[in-house]
Write a protein that binds this ligand. Structure first.
Ligand SMILES: Cc1cc2nc3c(=O)[nH]c(=O)nc-3n(C[C@H](O)[C@H](O)[C@H](O)COP(=O)(O)OP(=O)(O)OC[C@H]3O[C@@H](n4cnc5c(N)ncnc54)[C@H](O)[C@@H]3O)c2cc1C
Ligand SMILES: NC(=O)c1ccc[n+]([C@@H]2O[C@H](COP(=O)([O-])OP(=O)(O)OC[C@H]3O[C@@H](n4cnc5c(N)ncnc54)[C@H](O)[C@@H]3O)[C@@H](O)[C@H]2O)c1
Length: 484
């Protein structure tokens, strides 16, 4: 006989204890509300164990080595290649060996309840949990339920894919061995970063993508990254469809490509994008139906409130990858802080209706300034609008571009190659976006984020003097080229 469910009431129920769910729970707890986090796997989610942390831990040693190899004086001291076993060991450290004890301790210390199990909605403000320990929970949320369930990998329509064992990003980031030959499908951020990480660890890597590399980024910046990958021996098969995948008798895998050629590899990584993890969440019970493509989709307002949901007042929110706006940890955590504060303010009666733009309860930066770093070598860092998206959004936009050739970059490494772009709103004379590509440019990005969010007039930005000799001097050159 099934045991009776445990009935519990909380002010807020958060489904999913990734970085984003943890942050919502923290803010509502700080706002004086009782909150429970429900997590089906590891507390800390994708970023901590299978995404940001391990991928960056795999990339960083290669970047450090390459920096030394391109700096005379240091170069002579570097006589060996990467120690793959040591790199994997360091990656294991950054994933805490896939143990979540320290994050569980933080949850408890923060006054947040935790239930390990799979949760779904049963009714407005009602959540059922199948506990991993066999217990069943029936939860009622007095003020809010927050969906922070993350995202799932897309499965590309490739013949034979269902019958073979491939890597997703989870298997790649937690790999215990470096495959001799790796084929990567998808030329987005995940595929590009992991292709370089494994190439530098010793794999012969072929990356196959149907468009150009990093197609969402300005072409000049993306082509510097492509050159970096090629220099590491990655074979780039761009503008190429993959038609079929099959297993060979020796256990290797073969990809038949649209141009009639075949790529054979020991492992194949499929990294062709992700979609919000909304399946199995009981959304049908509150009237959310799959769209024409059979996918569940939700719309949220600027405080994360899901639109068009039945119930008595605002109660269902979605944040982070689950909301599907920006699949980035830092931006999801930003949404989480605002949403958590909005829930607490609504509970106190201090916030009615949608929050004002740029108030602490609003995700306004999502529309203007989402920072984004591709952690390859060279790096690609971008914030805000590209010239193309600015014009699509109706801005009277112009741009100014330059190769990064300043004293700081020439000192940084031999033959430093970089590229920078500012996108300008001609009507208001403020920045709409910026892109930097080159070794170690990611630390330039926050200055651009501040300028975009602060809508700093260009004639005031002129007075922000970059230190000499730093790579940031490219800011001055760009403003000079613009005509200041
Ligand atoms: C390879 C890779 C590298 C990346 N690198 C970066 C990077 O460098 N920087 C960056 O900003 N972003 C990066 N990202 C994106 C980043 O990982 C995500 O944006 C981030 O993890 C989203 O956090 P989240 O809390 O919304 O979701 P998640 O971290 O996915 O957490 C969701 C949690 O919800 C749980 N869950 C789901 N459904 C249920 C349910 N029904 N009941 C209970 N629990 C449930 C899941 O088990 C999971 O723990 C990377 C992604 C990938 C794939
Ligand atoms: N440094 C970072 O911040 C970082 C790193 C990795 C991942 N991420 C996040 O994780 C998410 C997922 O990364 P991703 O690289 O998988 O997604 P993505 O959307 O960046 O790239 C998907 C790639 O797959 C290709 N593709 C899509 N469908 C295909 C098909 N049917 N056949 C062949 N190719 C196909 C696309 O053309 C594109 O090149 C991203 O949205 C990103 O925000 C962030």
């Amino acid at each position: 006989m099934m045991p009776e469910p445990v009935e519990q009431e909380f002010d807020v129920v958060v489904i999913g204890a990734g970085a984003v769910g943890e942050n919502v729970a923290d803010r509502v707890a700080q706002g004086g509300l009782s909150v429970v986090l429900v997590e089906a796997e590891l507390v800390g989610g994708e970023c901590s164990y299978w995404a940001c942390m391990p991928s960056k831990a795999l990339l960083r040693p290669g970047t450090a080595l390459h920096a030394a190899q391109t700096t005379p004086g240091a170069k002579e001291a570097v006589t060996r290649t990467l120690d793959a076993a040591a790199v994997l060991k360091r990656r294991d450290y950054f994933t805490s060996n896939w143990q979540d004890d320290s994050q569980v301790a933080w949850v408890k210390d923060s006054g947040i309840d935790l239930i390990r199990g799979h949760a779904w909605l049963t009714a407005p403000q009602g959540v059922q949990v199948a506990g991993l320990d066999g217990t069943s929970h029936r939860l009622r949320a007095r003020h809010a339920v927050v969906l922070a369930t993350g995202s799932m990998p897309n499965t590309p329509p490739i013949e034979g894919l269902e019958d073979v064992q491939v890597w997703g990003t989870r298997e790649a980031t937690s790999a215990s061995e470096v495959p001799e030959r790796l084929a990567v499908l998808g030329g987005g951020v995940a595929g590009t970063e992991l292709a370089q990480a494994f190439a530098r660890l010793g794999s012969a890597v072929t990356l196959v993508t149907r468009g150009r590399l990093l197609g969402k980024y300005p072409e000049e910046a993306a082509s510097l990254v492509a050159a970096g990958l090629r220099a590491d021996g990655v074979e780039l098969r761009l503008h190429t469809e993959t038609q079929r995948i099959s297993t060979n008798d020796d256990g290797t895998l073969s990809l038949r490509l649209g141009d009639g050629t075949t790529v054979t590899a020991d492992k194949v990584l499929v990294s062709t994008g992700r979609h919000p993890a909304l399946e199995g969440l009981g959304l049908e019970s509150i009237g959310v139906e799959p769209d024409d493509r059979g996918q569940l989709a939700i719309t949220t307002d600027n405080s994360g409130l899901v639109q068009g949901v039945p119930g008595d007042g605002p109660w269902l929110y979605a944040v982070g990858d689950a909301a599907g706006k920006n699949l980035l940890t830092h931006q999801g955590k930003y949404e989480a802080r605002a949403t958590g504060d909005a829930i607490a303010a609504r509970a106190r009666g201090e916030l009615n209706g949608a929050p004002e733009d740029w108030s602490r309860y609003s995700h306004t930066a999502n529309q203007h300034a989402v920072p984004n770093v591709v952690f390859t070598d060279p790096e690609l860092a971008t914030v805000g609008r590209t010239l193309e998206t600015a014009r699509q959004d109706g801005f009277n936009a112009s741009s100014v571009e330059l190769p990064i050739q300043v004293a700081g970059s020439s000192l940084h490494s031999e033959n430093y190659e970089g590229w920078a772009q500012l996108v300008i709103d001609e009507d208001r004379q403020v920045l709409l976006g910026a892109t930097f590509a080159g070794p170690d440019v990611s630390e330039l990005l926050h200055a651009a984020t501040i300028a975009v969010v602060g809508q700093v007039p260009l004639n005031r930005l002129w007075h922000a003097v970059p230190s000499y000799p730093t790579i940031s001097e490219v800011w001055l050159r760009l403003l000079e080229k613009y005509g200041l």
